[in-house]
Design a protein around this ligand. Structure first.
Ligand SMILES: NC(=O)c1ccc[n+]([C@@H]2O[C@H](COP(=O)([O-])OP(=O)(O)OC[C@H]3O[C@@H](n4cnc5c(N)ncnc54)[C@H](O)[C@@H]3O)[C@@H](O)[C@H]2O)c1
Length: 439
C-alpha cells in the first residue's frame, strides 16, 4: 500500500519504519524540518532500539521518505496514519489542537484529491471516547466537503507500543484494535496487520477509543498497587518481590479476567474485613497508601450509586431479588444489597425481598448475628417467590446473578421498572423501564 504517516515522533517514526519494512511505500510528514531532514538522510528522529537501522535501510531502499507537504502526502497515498501528539492541558483535559489542525490539513488535501481509490484516514493518537465522531469526522468532512464512510474512510487504530521496546511491540503487539465507522474501511486497514500474530479486534470507534484509556489506567493502577504492596512488605520486613511473584502465579483469580466485569459493590465476609486489617496495619507502620485506602470508599460510592438509581423515580414499593453477597450462598455478612435494603427502609420505602438461598431460621453464628443486627425484622420483608416480589414492587431490583432472575425483564408489568445490579439482560439502560448500575 501507499501510506502516509503524519507526525514523526515516537509512534509515527516506528510506524513509518515498520510499515516500510513490511513492503509498503511510506511518506512521513512533520512540520519540524529537522525531523524531515533526519529521515531523508537515513536517520531516525527518535532514540529507540532498531529504528535507526530500519530507517536507514528503508530510505536506502526507496520505500521511506519524509516531507512537510501534507497535500503531496495525501495525493500520493491511499491510507494515512495520524500520529500527532495529544498532550494534557493545564487542567488535565486532553489538548486536541494538533488533532484539529491535522484534520483540517488532511481534509483540505482530500478536497483536491482526484484519485479514484478511496482514501482512508486512521487516527493512531490516543483520544478520548467521542473524539472521532464529534471532532475528527466533522472537521474532515467540513474541510474536504466530502462524506466520511462514503467518499473517504475513517478508522481509529490505537497504538500499544512502549518506548524502549517500540519496534518489538509493533511487531508483536498484545492486540490490534480497529475502531471503524463502517466494515469496508476497517477491512481495508485490517489487511495491513495480516502477518502480525496478535488478536485483531474490530469494534466501534468509541469502544476502541476507550480501550486504550482502560489499558493505560490499568497499567498505572497495577504499578501503583504493586508499589504500595511493596511499601507494606518492606515495613513488615518481607521481600515484596517474593510476595508478588507468588501472587502472579495465581492465574485463576489474580492475573486473570476474574473480578474485572463492571457491576455492583463487593461485600462478603472477607474482602472488606481484610482490606480494613491491612490498611490498619499500614497505618500503624506510618504508611500512606492512597490506592489501598481508596478501595473501600470507592465501593461505598457504588452502594450509594445503586441506592440513587433505585430512588430516582420516587417509587416507594421496592422489590429486591437476591440479597446474599453473591448468588449461590446464604452468606449475608457485609452484603452490599443488605446495605441498600437497610437504607431503603430508612427512607420509608415499602420493601419485599426474596433470595432462594436465604432461610433466616437456618442461619447460624456470625451470619445470623449480622443480619439480625442490621435488619432485625428481615423475616417480615421476605416473601416466598419471585412472583410475590413482582406483585408488590413498582421498582424491582436484581441484586445478584441467580439464573432464576433472567426471565424477570420479560415478566414485568407495563408500569414496573427494573434496576439491574447483576447484568441479567443485555438491554440498553435509560428507557425509563430498565437501568443497569454501570451499563
Ligand atoms: N510515545 C508512546 O509510547 C505512545 C504509545 C502509544 C500511544 N501514544 C500516543 O500516540 C500519539 C503520539 O505520541 P508520540 O509520543 O509519538 O508524540 P510526539 O510528540 O513524539 O510526536 C508527535 C509529532 O507530531 C508532529 N506534528 C504535530 N502537528 C503535526 C501536523 N499538523 N502534521 C504533521 N505532524 C505534526 C510533531 O511535530 C511531532 O513530531 C499521542 O496521542 C500519544 O498519546 C504514544
Amino acid at each position: 500500500m501507499k501510506i502516509s504517516v503524519f507526525g514523526l515522533g515516537y509512534v509515527g517514526t516506528v510506524s513509518a519504519g515498520c510499515f516500510a519494512q513490511d513492503g509498503h511505500e511510506v511518506i512521513g510528514v512533520d512540520p519540524v524540518g529537522t525531523k524531515v531532514d533526519l529521515i531523508n538522510s537515513g536517520h531516525s528522529p527518535i532514540i529507540e532500539g532498531e529504528i535507526d537501522a530500519i530507517v536507514a535501510a528503508m530510505v536506502q531502499a526507496g520505500r521511506l521518505r519524509a516531507t512537510d507537504d501534507h497535500a503531496e502526502a495525501i495525493r500520493e497515498t491511499e491510507l494515512s496514519f495520524v500520529c500527532v501528539g495529544t498532550p494534557s492541558q493545564a487542567n488535565g483535559n486532553l489538548d486536541l489542537r494538533y488533532i484539529r489542525r491535522i484534520c483540517e490539513q488532511i481534509g483540505g488535501a482530500l478536497k483536491h484529491r482526484t484519485a479514484t481509490a478511496k482514501h482512508t484516514v486512521v487516527i493512531r493518537s490516543t483520544i478520548l471516547p467521542g473524539t472521532m465522531r464529534e471532532i475528527v469526522v466533522p472537521i474532515l468532512e467540513e474541510s474536504s466537503g466530502k462524506k466520511a464512510g462514503v467518499d473517504f474512510g475513517v478508522c481509529h487504530n490505537p497504538e500499544f507500543l512502549r518506548e524502549g521496546s517500540a519496534v518489538k511491540d509493533f511487531r508483536c503487539p498484545p492486540k490490534t484494535i480497529i475502531g471503524e465507522l463502517n466494515r469496508a474501511d476497517g477491512a481495508r486497514l485490517a489487511t495491513l496487520y495480516e502477518k502480525i500474530e496478535a488478536p485483531l479486534i474490530r469494534t466501534d470507534l468509541e469502544i476502541a477509543e476507550m480501550v486504550k484509556y482502560v489499558d493505560n489506567s490499568w497499567h498505572a493502577l497495577k504499578i501503583g498497587f504493586a508499589n504500595e504492596i511493596g511499601n507494606i512488605c518492606k515495613s513488615l520486613g518481607l521481600d515484596a518481590h517474593e510476595v508478588m511473584k507468588i501472587f502472579c502465579k495465581d492465574q485463576k483469580l489474580n492475573i486473570s479476567p476474574a473480578y474485572l466485569l463492571p457491576g455492583f459493590a463487593f461485600g462478603g465476609s472477607c474482602l472488606p474485613k481484610d482490606l480494613r486489617a491491612l490498611a490498619y496495619k499500614a497505618k500503624l507502620n506510618d504508611l500512606v497508601l492512597p490506592i489501598m485506602n481508596a478501595i473501600l470508599p470507592s465501593n461505598e460510592m457504588q452502594v450509594a450509586r445503586g441506592l440513587g438509581l433505585i430512588m430516582q423515580n420516587g417509587h416507594r414499593k421496592i422489590g429486591v431479588l437476591g440479597f446474599s453477597f453473591k448468588a449461590g450462598t446464604d452468606d449475608l455478612r457485609e452484603s452490599p444489597v443488605i446495605e441498600v435494603i437497610e437504607r431503603l427502609i430508612g427512607k420509608g420505602c415499602d420493601v419485599r425481598v426474596y433470595d432462594k438461598n436465604v432461610k433466616i431460621a437456618s442461619l447460624l453464628g456470625a451470619n445470623r448475628d449480622f443480619i439480625l443486627n442490621h435488619i432485625p425484622h428481615i423475616s417480615k420483608l421476605m416473601v416466598e417467590d419471585i412472583d410475590a416480589v413482582l406483585d408488590h414492587a413498582q421498582t424491582v431490583v436484581v441484586g445478584n446473578q441467580d439464573p432464576d432472575f433472567r426471565t424477570v425483564p420479560d415478566r414485568l408489568r407495563k408500569e414496573q421498572r427494573l434496576v439491574d445490579f447483576a447484568r441479567i439482560t443485555n438491554r440498553k439502560s435509560g428507557d425509563g423501564k430498565y437501568d443497569g448500575i454501570c451499563w
